[in-house]
Design a protein around this ligand. Structure first.
Ligand SMILES: *Cc1c(COP(=O)(O)O)cnc(C)c1O
Length: 395
């Protein structure tokens, strides 16, 4: 019998559809903004990573437009061959200054940074110790490495210490402790001070994925290093330009030795083209805006505190969040989905997060605050939450 070699494509997709686990794409008509149009409906945007609304900042837009006239729209190559332009170098210089590190390096994406760098830092004879809730791009980076793996319980640094003590017996060549900075499902923050102390005691390397902390944590959004006064003390501060910076691109900040090692070794960096100049120009403008216009960062945190407090006082369970990611935990997946649909009808765009991304009984709406939302927008959003929450008997 001749088999159909691609029959599984449809079958597996159908299975996802039946279980309601397939992605239904929602199309934005126009920019990702605090007030967006999604499939013809005007909504308050509560699920984008564009925390500071920099993707619509005039300075970023102008920088991107202007450089096309002088540099064109493509870089022509990978960074290592002919794809490094003056603008790429300027971004890295500005980034190191902003992060107060010796050096910085830009990757195509945050995913490319994690999947490219982690397997170079550790290999056979080494150990990676990872928080159990780390991001998928870290997990893929870890899978590409030949190192042994150990997991510690989420933000449980007593458990991390136990794992480190166990590891002493094995005589590993290198140990890498790796964690998300801000955990994207709950909005809680890794205790980098505790991790750095333990790492120093045990001679381990530290690596933090600060994707949701760049532009958000620390004074003026310098990131998790600044948040804990640990600038220059975390061996690898990795992050992204795709969230609060409002553009796209991965980044690492640390020592000159780290950067020299990273770009000579990371396969993702070496084998995939560099950003077009308009991306780099917008990245540079984003750093300059963060340095010179603290009002966006302040507004993000004012909005965050207010929104969280009001949701709590309505009786919603907002979990352990310490950041502009505020989950509204409702329990059953079906309830989270119903709440999201109802919110959308009432002009609020916030998506449900359900099993397997979170535990079965912890389905939620994940809200993400935006600096561009006005007091009136927040009042409208909160009224929608109250109305829909009552209709579904959540509060
Ligand atoms: C978003 C995210 C990434 C991926 O960043 P991109 O630049 O979008 O590829 C990596 N790690 C974490 C924790 C993230 O939240």
């Amino acid at each position: 019998m001749k088999r159909n070699p691609t029959a599984f494509l449809k079958e597996e997709y159908q299975k996802l559809v039946e279980q309601n686990l397939d992605w239904k794409l929602r199309v934005l008509e126009g920019p990702s903004a605090p007030r967006s149009v999604v499939e013809g409906k005007k909504v308050l945007m509560l699920c984008s990573n564009n925390y500071l609304n920099l993707s619509n900042h005039p300075r970023l837009k102008k920088a991107a437009k202007d450089i096309i006239d002088t540099h064109g729209v493509g870089s022509g190559s990978v960074r290592a061959i002919a794809g490094t332009m003056d603008i790429h170098m300027e971004v890295e210089k500005a980034l190191a200054r902003f992060k107060k590190t010796e050096a910085a390096l830009v990757y195509q994406t945050g995913f490319a940074a994690n999947s490219g760098l982690i397997p170079q830092l550790v290999d056979k004879g080494d150990l990676i110790i990872s928080d159990e809730l780390n991001h998928g791009s870290i997990i893929d980076g870890v899978r590409l490495s030949g190192a042994d793996r150990a997991i510690f319980k989420h933000r449980d640094y007593g458990n991390l210490e136990d794992v480190l003590n166990e590891a002493e017996k094995e005589n590993y060549r290198r140990i890498l402790i790796i964690t998300d900075g801000v955990f994207s499902m709950d909005g809680d923050v890794a205790r980098m001070d505790a991790i750095v102390n333990l790492a120093e005691e045990h001679g381990a390397m530290t690596y933090v994925d600060d994707a949701h902390g760049e532009g958000v944590l620390g004074e003026n959004g310098r990131g998790i290093g600044a948040h804990y006064n640990l600038e220059g003390k975390i061996h690898v501060e990795m992050g992204t330009f795709s969230k609060a910076y409002g553009v796209v691109g991965g980044l690492i900040a640390g020592s000159r030795d780290l950067v020299n090692f990273a770009f000579n070794k990371s396969r993702t960096w070496l084998l995939s083209a560099s950003h077009p100049p308009q991306v780099a120009a917008a990245q540079l403008a984003a750093i300059q805006v963060l340095e010179s216009e603290p009002q966006h960062w302040k507004r993000l945190w004012d909005n965050t505190r207010y929104f969280k407090k009001e949701l709590k006082s309505m009786g919603f369970d907002t979990g352990q969040s310490e950041t502009p990611i505020t989950p509204v935990i409702v329990g059953e997946s079906s309830v989270a989905k119903a709440l999201s649909d109802k919110l959308f009808e009432n002009g609020v765009f916030a998506l449900p997060i359900v099993f397997p991304m979170v535990a079965k009984d912890k389905a939620r709406i994940r809200t993400m605050m935006n600096a561009g939302l006005t007091d009136e927008d927040l009042t409208d959003a909160l009224q929608a939450f109250e109305k829909c929450g009552k209709e579904l008997k959540i509060i």
